[in-house]
Design a protein around this ligand. Structure first.
Ligand code: DHB
Ligand code: MG
Length: 221
């Protein structure tokens, strides 16, 4: 009942300000056709990412966890022509679907997909002195979320925005005795943020066409 109104209102908002083009609808279709789960962000969330990318005039974006590149496309389309997005994916099937979707969206010039374990790729970028990113979106496997966030801090500068998907998990984060590794992973990140002096952060609850969840929205101090 409640979720029904959230879904209807989400469609209403999408109809106003988060209309997805055929390349995004097509990306979702390819993700489904590949038998992958329905865990991309929603159109309204994609638009939220674009709003943040524009607000910080992002020219360099990092995404941790490409999945089928649905969010990658929203983010890349908020970049200026010379802007660049690096997205990291460890799963071979996800990466193949993602590359096809990036190609079909005509974003192959702007987007670089790095294959490999996110932590390895992030550490390599830190070690090789990768320039700071203006916006970092973390939406990968949940157990190492804290480590991804810490790596994101090292790949950012004052004013960079860091956004993390799925940190409320249908409210399961309230269960301190949870044995779910995904829940434990995001609980650990949320607790880390409590005392983290390096960012000004909040957690935005997210409702709509997706499961009830939440996103960390942080700006680097
Ligand atoms: C899961 C991961 C996601 O990134 C998401 O948005 C929803 C669910 C998951 O692994 O369960
Ligand atoms: Mg997610």
């Amino acid at each position: 009942m409640e979720t029904d109104i959230f879904t209807k209102v989400d469609h209403y908002i999408a109809g106003l300000v988060a209309h997805e083009g055929p390349h995004l609808t097509g990306a979702t279709a390819l993700i489904r056709a590949a038998g992958l789960p329905d865990q991309s962000i929603s159109p309204v969330q994609g638009k939220l990412l674009q709003v943040f990318a524009r607000a910080c005039q992002a020219k360099r974006i990092l995404e941790v966890g490409t999945f089928g590149s649905y969010s990658t496309i929203w983010l890349a389309e908020a970049l200026p022509k010379q802007g660049r997005l690096i997205t990291i994916e460890s799963d071979e099937i996800h990466a193949e679907v993602a590359l096809e979707n990036i190609q079909r969206a005509g974003l192959q010039e702007r987007v670089t997909l790095k294959r490999g374990r996110a932590m390895d790729v992030l550490n390599t970028m830190i070690e090789t002195g990768e320039a700071a990113f203006d916006l970092i979106f973390i939406d990968a496997d949940k157990p190492p979320y804290t480590e991804y966030f810490q790596a994101a801090l090292r790949l950012s500068r004052k004013g960079s925005i860091i956004i993390c998907d799925n940190v409320i998990r249908n409210g399961a984060v309230l269960n301190e005795a949870s044995q779910d590794e995904k829940v434990k992973g995001v609980q650990r990140l949320n607790a880390f943020l409590k005392d983290c002096k390096e960012v000004t952060a909040t957690i935005l609850q997210t409702v709509g066409v997706k499961e009830y969840d939440g996103m960390v929205i942080a700006v680097v101090n």
